[in-house]
Design a protein around this ligand. Structure first.
Ligand code: GTP
Ligand code: MG
Length: 197
C-alpha cells in the first residue's frame, strides 16, 4: 500500500557553481534518469523535486533549487538562498577556473543560511577522462582546507555517484536537524521561568 503520510523533513538544496559545470544535468539525472547533451543554460533558476527518500529512519523530500551559473544571475542568489538546508557547490573537473570560484559562492550561503549548513564540493564530468585537469586528490584537499562538509565526484552523463551524492547531502542535513533538535530540547530545559526568582 502507498505511504501517504507527510515527509518528516522537506529540505531545500541549492545547486551553485559557474556556468556549464553541469548543475542542471546532475539534478535532471537524479530526478528523471535522463541526460540531455544539448541542454540549455538555466535562465535564472529552475526547480526539481525528489518526492521521497529514506534517510536513516526519516522520510525526506528534496526541493532542488538549481541556479543559473552565469554572472548575470548571481544577483538572485543572496535573496533566494534564504532558508536553505544544504548546498551542492559544483565544479567541472576539466576546467580549473570553476573550482577557484568556490569562495565567492559559499561565502554567501554561510552568511545567509548559517555556518553549519552542509555544503558539498562536487567535481562533475569525470567521464571526460582525457580532458581531466583537476585530480581527485586535489579536490579532496580543497574540500578539507576550505571546510566543505562533504566531497564527491560525479558524471551526470553516465550517472556515476549521482544518487550517492544526493543521498549524502540528505544524510548530512538530517544529522544537522537532529543536532538542532537536541540543542532546542536542552535550551527548553534550561530556560524554565520561575516566577518570583
Ligand atoms: N561529458 C559530460 N558532459 C556534461 C556532464 N554534465 C553536464 N554536461 C554537459 O555540460 C554542458 C552544461 O551542462 P548544464 O547542466 O547545462 O550546466 P549548468 O551548470 O546547469 O549550466 P548553467 O545553467 O549555465 O549554470 C551541457 O552541454 C551538458 O550536456 C557530464 O557529467 N559529462
Ligand atoms: Mg543549469
Amino acid at each position: 500500500m502507498r505511504d501517504t503520510r507527510d515527509p518528516d523533513y522537506i529540505f531545500k538544496i541549492l545547486m551553485l557553481g559557474d556556468g556549464s559545470v553541469g548543475k542542471t544535468s546532475l539534478s535532471k539525472h537524479y530526478i528523471e534518469r535522463a541526460f540531455t547533451p544539448d541542454i540549455r543554460l538555466t535562465v535564472g533558476i529552475q526547480f526539481f523535486i525528489k518526492q521521497e527518500i529514506k534517510v536513516e529512519d526519516k522520510r525526506v523530500k528534496l526541493q532542488i533549487w538549481d541556479f543559473g551559473g552565469e554572472d548575470r544571475f548571481r544577483i538572485m542568489v543572496p535573496t533566494l538562498c534564504l532558508g536553505s538546508h544544504g548546498c551542492i557547490f559544483m565544479y567541472d573537473v576539466t576546467r580549473p577556473s570553476t573550482l577557484n570560484s568556490h569562495h565567492s559562492w559559499t561565502y554567501i550561503v554561510k552568511e545567509r543560511c548559517g555556518k553549519d549548513v552542509p555544503i558539498m564540493l562536487v567535481g562533475n564530468k569525470i567521464d571526460l577522462v582525457e580532458k581531466r585537469a583537476i585530480s581527485t586528490e586535489h579536490g579532496i584537499e580543497v574540500a578539507k582546507r576550505s571546510g566543505f562538509t562533504g566531497f564527491s565526484e560525479t558524471s551526470a552523463k553516465d550517472g556515476t555517484n549521482v544518487d550517492s551524492t544526493f543521498e549524502t547531502i540528505a544524510r548530512l542535513m538530517v544529522q544537522r536537524m537532529h543536532r538542532l533538535e537536541k540543542e532546542d530540547q536542552s535550551k527548553d530545559k534550561k530556560s524554565t521561568v520561575i516566577v518570583g526568582k
